[in-house]
Design a protein around this ligand. Structure first.
Ligand code: E4P
Length: 223
């Protein structure tokens, strides 16, 4: 199981990386635009902070352009993974990039048949969008289950990266449905830690500990 942070905000990425539980980063054109920074420099900083897979999205919509941008992204860093929209030109480009050994992540997946085509094209990863399905009355996690069933049945090696996440519940549902990786915004990642009963329990422990006299194990003033 892998957890990624879904942002291009280097402050959030640096903080989340310091917690020691995330494995990588997903960016997209919206995240990059939100930084109001120069594309090359924000990417360079993210590659500096995180020693793990970093998704960078191609913005061309024809196969030749996606292949060209994919090669440039891959040449940036050993940890670069090329994100490509799951359109017919994207599938054509992924087939070529996969043959060149370039890791690809087909994105904007909303049905299991798109995911089947992605695996056939040789995509390394597929990203079903959970929240965007949930808000139109579908069950995003059901898509993960269907993809997992198809990939298992046909022994496809493409991995499932659940994207478009807004809540810890969607993280839980994605993991229970069999996602290999879940990417989420900073505030959702932080919320995974938090539980009122944990905070209450710790406060009670520390209050009780105040009644323990100073001791050798924890030293003076620890009681
Ligand atoms: C990640 O790879 C996706 O681009 C991202 O999760 C999309 O999330 P959104 O639905 O919040 O835009």
């Amino acid at each position: 199981m892998k957890l990624f942070i879904d942002t291009a905000d280097v402050g959030q990425i640096r903080e989340a990386w310091s917690w020691g539980v995330i494995d990588g980063v997903t960016t997209n054109p919206t995240h990059i635009a939100a930084t109001d920074r120069e594309f090359d420099s924000v990417l360079a900083e993210i590659f500096e902070i995180v020693d793990g897979p970093i998704r960078v999205e191609a913005v061309s919509t024809d196969a030749a352009g996606i292949i060209e941008q994919g090669r440039r992204i891959a040449a940036l860093h050993k940890n670069a993974v090329v994100k490509v929209p799951i359109i017919i030109e994207g599938l054509k480009a992924v087939k070529v990039l996969a043959q060149e050994g370039i890791k690809t992540n087909l994105t904007l997946c909303f049905n299991p048949l798109q995911a089947a085509l992605a695996a056939k094209a040789g995509a390394t990863f597929i990203s079903p969008f959970i929240h965007r399905l949930d808000i139109v009355g579908h069950e995003g996690a059901a898509l993960i289950r269907q993809i997992r069933q198809i990939y298992h049945h046909y022994q496809f090696r493409t991995q499932i990266l659940a994207a478009s996440i807004r809540s810890p519940k969607q993280v839980l549902d994605s993991l229970l449905a069999g996602a290999d990786t879940v990417t989420m915004p900073f505030d959702v990642l932080r919320a995974l830690y938090q539980h009122l009963l944990t905070e209450d329990g710790l406060r009670l422990f520390l209050d009780d500990w105040k009644r323990v006299p100073p001791n050798r194990l924890f030293g003076a003033g620890s009681g």
